[in-house]
Design a protein around this ligand. Structure first.
Ligand SMILES: Cc1cc2nc3c(=O)[nH]c(=O)nc-3n(C[C@H](O)[C@H](O)[C@H](O)COP(=O)(O)O)c2cc1C
Length: 360
């Protein structure tokens, strides 16, 4: 008898290139706003390590700046210099030693950069208070508390950002990560190029769909050249802007097909974050249909994320073929051992770490 039949779909392994996820539950990237000068520290070590111990199959390190000015806040992680490698290498090793894939999301925050820590209000910081100049496709501020008018990027800026992503990908590899995600969601730099609402450029990086996706496509191509053939590459997108006249699901499917041709293995389907006035209908699993549509429309593996909190819900998503992986964020903060608890809820038992055998 096929042994896998008795294993719930949520706990079946998945191999992407040479990397095997032990189940379908991943830890979504989550900023901790706890770094100094971009350096990972004991907080990140404990936070990320506990998720690997808790049974997740992949732990994705938070949005990590490819340049100092690409960080969302002064407390965000960075990997813009070789000095940043060592503390992240400790974390990648810890995650892998505890059975999970070590993922990292690399990012440039664009016009949403230079913000204060959320627990200090999250507003844009002036240069006198530790902030910096922001850049974007077009000089349009985000709005709300993020009032800075970004500088429209020159072709030199565009080239520099692409080189920063490539150099950061190489450092992620040197740190021992075996899964890389490019952050193209939530209104950050790539996302603001993709959407017609924030990209009003008239050069070859703005205007038509082909032009708006050019920066992400070119960067992905350049990253894929330095990210080894045998390791997975993912892209997180905002599948829709939740705005009339904005980026739509059909755009995401078309983009996913092109990214797949560039060697992207998995589309991580989030949504929104581009403009503050978007009306998002948040409910359990509200972004799962995006992962499903991209998966079937572009014939590519997807991750579903957003208000996935219950074991049966997560198992159903994988069983129904809506997504290959579920990523959890807030639920994982509430319970880093969620995978072990979820297993129990659907009548399965995860092999516990020896040290925790009496409790699981
Ligand atoms: C504290 C916190 C930090 C986050 N940081 C990131 C991040 O660095 N990169 C990212 O793509 N999404 C980030 N997100 C979004 C989550 O990854 C996830 O997509 C979102 O919270 C929805 O999932 P959930 O309902 O399971 O929390 C963050 C969310 C939270 C709560």
């Amino acid at each position: 008898m096929d042994k896998s039949i008795s294993v719930p779909h949520l706990f079946q392994p998945l191999t992407i290139r040479s990397v095997t996820l032990r189940n379908r539950i991943g830890v979504s990237p989550m900023c901790q706003y706890s770094a100094a000068d971009g350096f990972a520290n004991d907080w990140h070590y404990i936070h990320l390590g506990s998720h690997a111990v808790g049974g997740a199959s992949i732990v994705i390190v938070e949005a990590t700046g490819v340049a100092p000015e690409g960080r969302i806040t002064p407390g965000c992680l960075g990997l813009w210099s070789d000095k940043h490698i060592e503390p992240l290498a400790r974390i990648a090793k810890l995650v892998k030693d505890n059975g999970a894939v070590a993922g990292i999301q690399i990012a440039h925050a664009g016009r949403k950069a230079s913000a204060d820590l959320p627990w200090h209000g999250g507003a844009h910081l002036s240069e006198a208070h530790g902030g910096w100049e922001t850049i974007a496709p077009s000089p349009i501020p985000f709005g709300g508390e993020l009032t800075k008018i970004p500088r429209a990027m020159t072709e030199t800026d565009i080239l520099r950002v692409q080189n920063d992503f490539v150099a950061t990908a190489k450092r992620a590899l040197a740190a021992g990560f075996n899964f890389l995600e490019l952050h193209a969601a939530h209104g950050y730099l790539f996302n603001s190029f993709l959407s017609p609402l924030t990209n009003l450029r008239t050069d070859e990086y703005g205007g038509s769909f082909e032009n708006r996706i050019r920066l992400l496509l070119e960067t992905t191509r350049a990253v894929r050249k330095v990210w080894p053939e045998n390791l997975p590459l993912a892209v997180r997108i905002s599948a829709i802007d939740w705005m009339p006249g904005g980026w739509q699901i059909e755009d995401s499917i078309a983009l996913a097909k092109l990214l797949k041709a560039e060697g992207v293995d998995l589309m991580d389907c989030s949504s929104g974050g581009l403009v503050p006035e978007a009306k998002i209908k948040v409910e359990p699993g509200y972004q799962v249909p995006f992962a499903e549509k991209v998966r079937h429309g572009a014939n590519i593996a997807t991750a579903a994320v957003g208000f996935i909190t219950i074991a049966k819900q997560a198992d159903d998503i994988v069983r129904a073929g809506q997504a290959d992986v579920v990523l959890l964020a807030r639920q994982m903060l509430a319970d880093p051992y969620w995978p072990a608890h979820a297993a129990k809820m659907i009548g399965y038992k995860l092999p516990p770490p020896n040290q925790y055998a009496r409790a699981w």
